[in-house]
Design a protein around this ligand. Sequence first.
Ligand code: R5P
Length: 285
Amino acid sequence: MHVVGGSASRTLAGELTKSLEAVASSVEVTRFPDDECYVRVDDNLDGEEVVVVQTAWPDTNIIELMLLLDAVREMNPSSITTVVPYLGYARQDKKFKDGEPVSARALARIIQSQSDKFFTVDVHAASVMSWFDRIPAKNVSAHSEIGRFLKGRGVELVLSPDEGRWENAKEVADVVGCQADFLVKERLDGETVRMTPKSLDIAGIKVAIVDDIISTGGTIAKASEQLRGGGAASIIAMCTHGVYAGNAIPRLKDACDEVHSTDTIENPTSSVSVAQEVANAIRNG
Ligand code: R5P
């Protein structure tokens, strides 16, 4: 098995290569003067099982993924398994007006046209997986790894910022060995959320707010306000995908004591690796 790691997922691809006892393909990625992407996979993949790993966000990384898949397909591999640790556009999973695409579906269609199997991690909406309708596709959960990490940080309560993700918080809390609860969130616009006050017994305890994505940080900032008001001893913001749009990082640092994410998007907060879970999923087919 050979692993082709794109520039958005180099560290994770390296970890996956080790876990799968695979060969790391040499991949060159550069930019032309007009900023178009150039890729070259320097490996002989004829007849090989190939795993291509590349997060599909932001747009430049989606183009790079397309180019990598094309390069690999041309080398006549026996199969291409595409691992997209963070599937961008998954929040655009519905059409609201005539003439709009379903952007998540558009991405799924492009990826599956060049792949034999597909894996992603903590996809924003489960329904997105149904658009991979011509190849086996699996959503891998990062909740166990997140739970193990938070247990090591001494977390005593796991909170979801809204009821919709309470099941996720419960899965994480089960691994930590503590209780899970949820806050009541209403989204007002892309940058603003409102949290309805909720009575929580949090005075003096270490709380983790666990979400799938942190984008603007607005959700976590509002949740933290409420937790500080309730006397929490410390607040950890934890997500699978650290998108961190605009000034999210300073905003989060003001609001919380710690900020952590997984390596589905590689950045300085990537404290948890999803490599082992993804490797297990690939091994189990
Ligand atoms: C929403 O459904 C997601 O689960 C996250 O809560 C959301 O994407 C967070 O966005 P932001 O950081 O901009 O509040």
